[in-house]
Design a protein around this ligand. Structure first.
Ligand SMILES: [Zn+2]
Length: 445
């Protein structure tokens, strides 16, 4: 199956060609761990989780990496104000982030490196950039020399003249050019490490290049992902460093997900309209959040509202009910549920192969749910069809990461169901109602 992806680097839809056949390496910039994750943090988690699950379903060998930025001014400030170590602060919010991603049923990354685990790699990488003339030292700080590479701005298409013009206002006399960015910052405030230039800590843009360089041959991967806001300067500066260091652009495909708006506004801490992930998980559950996040094409902005969540709740119940009813109907006939059944979900897969068009894929799920409901209502139920439908829905749920369960019927449950039907036919309503209650409580009816 040809997979088409929108490549932010070329601004085009392209056919995905992996570096190695049937393998894919994906790196997604992870959170800066200084506070509780909000719903905006969940969008890349869910989007790239579906991409990963899609490749897994197609039998690719997937290596999925997402980092934790555990060196940052915000972490240091928090550590100072709480009189704790940076490690404690980062540890607390890494845990909070992991709680949240497991609640939205995202697969754990194969590798989840922390910046603090890669400091010696980072220092070595910067030393190499200095040796190559692509970085320079001023008073213990190290800056990347943007003029040492060609085509700066090719990912984000920023206008370099505008950047230079805009930067003059906040002039930094230490830098050769306003475009240059910090690789190593001299400081003894907060967590810091010794280097040949000074005691200090790395700038944010270096960590991902270094981790990718450490984990993958030649520092080259298939797909680099993250939120749209990372395109500039973060990803642009990653590309700049990798060009100078390795002579490549890190990834063949760059994918960026859109923002989340809250009503009319962009969700942000400064606007005070941030919805914490743990709060909406508690209120709505992980499946519903996934369904809502995947209901919008990943590159488009997504407007979050509680009304939309309520509407999606009804949609989710439709899927759950059909899935459950199929499984129950088969079990009542003692028919094995999944053995030897290959899912037939070509139209669904085609939607995902079309630049991860999850809203269209969800429409395909509902087309199958409709078929399932019709098949269940037929006078002469076609049980082999029910098996096929159950297998199809199961596979689609797996790829979308929607975790649903159905009751496993015991012999006693089956007997209760048979008794219920008998009492109902005999118009023994008191008893059939009593059994119906029992069966409903077990989600069998
Ligand atoms: Zn990054």
């Amino acid at each position: 199956m040809d997979i088409k992806l929108f490549n932010s680097l070329t601004d085009r839809i392209e056919t995905f060609v992996p570096l190695k056949p049937n393998e894919v390496s994906i790196y997604v910039c992870g959170p800066t761990v200084y506070g509780d994750p909000h719903i905006g943090n969940l969008r890349p988690v869910v989007v790239f989780d579906v991409l990963r699950r899609f490749f897994l379903f197609l039998k690719y060998k997937v290596t999925f990496v997402s980092n934790y930025t555990d060196v940052d001014d915000k972490i240091i400030n928090r550590a100072i104000s709480e009189q704790k170590s940076e490690d404690e602060i980062a540890g607390r919010y890494i845990k909070a982030f992991n709680d949240v991603i497991s609640h939205v049923n995202a697969l754990t990354p194969d590798i989840a490196p922390r910046v603090t685990e890669h400091i010696s790699d980072i220092i070595l990488y910067i030393e190499e950039l200095v040796d190559k003339g692509s970085a320079y030292v001023v008073d213990g700080d190290v800056y990347f020399r943007v003029s040492s590479i060609s085509n700066y701005g090719e990912l984000s298409n920023v206008n370099i003249d505008d950047l230079i013009g805009g930067a003059r206002i906040e002039e930094n006399s230490k830098k050769e050019s306003p475009l240059d960015f910090v690789l190593w910052k001299k400081t003894i405030v907060g967590i810091n490490w010794n280097s040949r230039w000074s005691n200090g800590r790395p700038g944010w843009h270096t960590e991902c290049c270094v981790m990718i360089n450490s984990l993958f041959p030649n520092g080259k991967i298939d797909i680099h992902g993250g939120g749209f806001d990372l395109k500039f300067p973060h990803h642009e500066n990653e590309i700049a460093q990798s060009k100078a260091h390795n002579g490549n652009l890190i990834a063949n495909y760059w994918m960026h997900n859109g923002f989340i708006n809250f009503g009319e506004d962009k969700m942000s801490k400064s606007l005070g309209n941030v919805v914490l992930a743990k709060d909406i998980i508690e209120k709505f559950g992980g499946n519903l959040i996934r369904l809502v996040l995947l209901g919008t094409y990943y590159r488009s902005p997504l407007t979050f509202s509680f009304e939309a969540m309520e509407t999606a709740k009804i949609e989710l119940e439709k899927i759950e009910n059909a899935y459950r009813q199929l499984a129950v109907a088969l079990q009542l006939k003692n028919i094995p549920l999944f053995d030897g059944q290959n899912p037939e979900i070509e139209p669904f897969l085609k939607c995902l192969a079309d630049d991860l068009n999850t809203p269209n894929a969800i429409t395909e799920v509902f087309a199958i749910i409709k078929k399932a409901n019709a098949a269940l209502r037929q006078k002469d139920v076609d049980y082999s069809m029910l098996r096929q439908l159950l297998s199809n829905i199961g596979a689609m749920l797996e790829i979308l990461g929607l975790k649903m369960e159905f009751p496993i019927l015991s012999e006693e449950d089956k007997k209760t169901h048979a008794d219920y039907l008998k009492h109902k036919t005999d118009k023994n309503f008191a008893e059939s109602d009593r059994l119906r209650q029992i069966l409903m409580a077990k989600h069998i009816l």
